[in-house]
Ligand binder design. Structure first.
Ligand code: S3P
Length: 170
């Protein structure tokens, strides 16, 4: 079986649902942010702060190339990874966009936005507006590069997993 690749904005549920889905399907789970952390021995925040966003994006490219060699994995990608790596990711598996609204993302990141450099703004209004702007910029790409789109605003994970499996025809 080809890989199953979860794409979408920060905090749309890629890692949480990816883990559930992998367990349900008896497949291994991988998270590209954790893979970069293992390679660099730094947190993603440290990579951004110490080496810069470009360095982080270079790591994403390296990981995307590596994913091409794998099969039978459920893979949660970082929120920006599909943009510059759609060529490789789409070859290595079926892409599923977990689509969440700016409001959902704002609520889900209320207590952990500090671990996400692109939305690390203390002021709620500013953070919401950054989320809205970045999401509206990226949403067309997520739509375009996904084989399947699953809406994920406040649903029970179990139901979302069922929808994903239905979408995959399994
Ligand atoms: C990013 C999303 C983050 C992480 C990095 C950049 C992005 O991953 O890769 O902070 O560009 O949207 P999550 O989507 O898992 O939060």
């Amino acid at each position: 079986m080809r890989n199953i690749i979860l794409i979408g904005f920060m905090a749309c549920g890629k890692s949480t649902l990816g883990r559930y889905l992998a367990k349900d399907l008896g497949m291994d789970f991988l998270d590209t942010d954790r893979m970069i952390e293992n390679k660099t021995r730094k947190t993603t925040v440290e990579v951004f702060n110490e080496d810069g966003e470009e360095a982080f994006r270079n790591w994403e490219r390296i990981i995307a190339r590596y994913l091409m060699e794998l099969q039978n994995k459920v893979i949660a990608t970082g929120g920006g990874m599909i943009i510059a790596n759609h060529d490789l990711l789409k070859q290595s598996g079926t892409t599923i966009y977990l689509k969440a609204s700016a409001k959902t993302i704002f609520e889900r990141t209320k207590h952990n936005y500090q671990s996400r450099p692109l939305i690390n703004y203390e002021d709620d209004k500013k953070r919401l507006s950054v989320i809205q702007k970045l999401l509206s910029k990226r949403d067309p790409f997520y739509n375009y590069y996904s084989d399947i789109i699953i809406e994920n605003n406040g649903k029970e994970p179990y139901n979302t997993i069922l929808e994903i499996k239905k979408g995959l025809g399994i």
